[in-house]
Each structure stands twice: as C-alpha cells, then as structure tokens.
Design a protein around this ligand. Structure first.
Ligand code: G
Ligand code: MN
Length: 243
C-alpha cells in the first residue's frame, strides 16, 4: 500500500492521504492498481482486494491518530471500484472496516468514479448510497470531468468532495479552455458548499494557477508522490504553500 498526500494550499499542510494499492510483481516490478484491477474483477478477487485495502487504510489512520506527529494525516481517501459498488453489503463491509479500526467514520473518504457513484444512486431507490452516507463516511467523485454524466445530475448527489481529473488540471496554466473549465467547476462546487481537490499537479506553474483560481486542495507528483509508509512517516511532503 502506498499513500499520496493531498495538500491544503492555504498553509501547505497535509489535509489527507489517498491510499493507493500497488502490487510488487515478481518480474514486472511495482504495478499500479490500474494494471491489475481488471484481472481482479474478472477473477472475482476484487471484493477481497477492496476490503483488504479499506481495512489497511483504516488501520493506518488509527495508528496515525494514536501517535500523531507533524504531517500525519487526519483523513484517508480510499478508492472503491465500480464493481464493488454493485455488490450487496457494501455499506456493511465499510462499517466493519471503520468500526474495527476505531476511527471516526467522517475521517474516511471513499473515492468513486462518476460511473460508480451514479450506479450506487441508481440501484433500486438509491438505497445503497443512502446506506453508505448514513455511516457518516464521506464520498468523493474521483476523476471528475472524464465521465459522461450531466452536471446537474452530479451536483445533486450527496458527495461533498470533487476531485478534478488530471486531464483537466494539466493545462490550467497554459490552456485557456482548461482554465475556464476548472474555474467553472470551482465556482459551481464552492457555491454548492463542496470541497474541490485538483489531481495530477506536476509542476509549480500549475500549482500557482490553481491557487489563483481559488482552488484550496491539490494532489500530484509536485506535492508528493505515492510512497510506502516508511517514507511518508518522515513527515516530509516537500510541499509548501504557493506564495
Ligand atoms: O484514478 P485516480 O485519480 O485514483 O488515480 C490515481 C493514480 O494517479 C495513482 O496511480 C497515482 O500514482 C497517479 N498520480 C498521482 N499523482 C499524479 C501526477 O501528478 N501525475 C500523474 N500522471 N499521475 C499521478
Ligand atoms: Mn483516486
């Protein structure tokens, strides 16, 4: 498991970390989840994997809360795959992991793609989404801006956090269209009381442009790479608030 910081741009503090699953392959090296999630879904291992990830992440958060140090995060973001969403008992599994770790449910944020979140909202009467929300865990829309759903549909969902996809964030310093889209998303989301996180910030220029557009939270290689725990525990993200 690797963890990547999400930085509060107003003060440079680590707002949260995203837990990212990695597979140390015997011959191919370290593989990101994107490479093996499809196989896990086909082989039916995805539920096990999802539950393991959530349990690890909650356990780690509990350890940070017990022994806080400078830079230890108060919140953890965990990716949930769309096929996990379609399974019954998703909220039970989440409840189990959160309760076993003894962390407040509000400190756990589940990242779902637009498709995942709309699937949850669509099943029967939206009951699974309500069940998850009742636990008190937060929901974030991951890769926002890459799906095909309507904006009006998305803004009505009970998700307080939007993560703007790196494909939109990338051009924000140089491309007027990207800047316009990101700016509009920020305006809309902030007016709705939602938190926005820009993903995939790879350089200082992009960071500055985001800051100028009023973006408060960001994540990306420029602010901190996904790293194993030992590295993160040194408490250095290398991040500073843009001036
Ligand atoms: O879909 P999601 O946003 O959860 O994808 C997270 C993936 O993005 C991780 O595998 C992570 O390594 C990668 N990532 C994190 N920061 C950056 C970045 O600044 N640039 C790029 N290209 N990828 C990033
Ligand atoms: Mn994610």
């Amino acid at each position: 498991m690797h963890y990547q910081p999400i930085i509060d741009l107003t003060n440079g503090a680590t707002y949260a970390v995203e837990a990212l699953l990695r597979w140390q392959h015997p011959t191919r090296g370290l593989l990101p989840a994107g490479v093996f999630i499809d196989v896990a879904e086909e082989s039916g291992l995805i539920l096990e994997l999802g539950h393991w990830t959530l349990t690890q992440a909650c356990g780690q958060l509990a350890a940070w809360r017990t022994h806080p140090a400078s830079g230890t995060p108060q919140r953890v973001f965990v990716n949930v795959s769309t096929s996990e969403v379609a399974q019954a008992r998703l909220s039970e599994r989440i409840d189990q992991a959160v309760t076993a770790a003894g962390v407040p449910s509000s400190s756990v944020v589940l990242e779902l793609t637009e498709t995942g979140i709309l699937t949850l909202a669509d099943i029967a009467t939206g009951a699974p989404l309500e069940a998850v929300r009742r636990l008190g865990v937060e929901l974030a829309i991951d890769d926002f801006g890459t799906g095909h759903s309507s904006l009006s549909r998305l803004v009505h969902l009970p998700t307080r956090i939007l993560k703007i996809d790196k494909s939109l964030v990338r051009g924000v310093a140089h491309d007027r269209r990207s800047a316009a889209v990101v700016s509009a998303v920020l305006l809309l989301a902030h007016n709705l009381g939602k938190t926005v996180i820009a993903e995939g910030v790879e350089d200082e220029e992009t960071l500055r442009a985001l800051h100028e557009l009023g973006c408060t939270y960001a994540q990306g290689y420029h602010l901190g790479r996904p790293e194993p725990l030992a590295m993160l525990n040194r408490g250095t993200t290398g991040a500073e608030a843009p001036g």
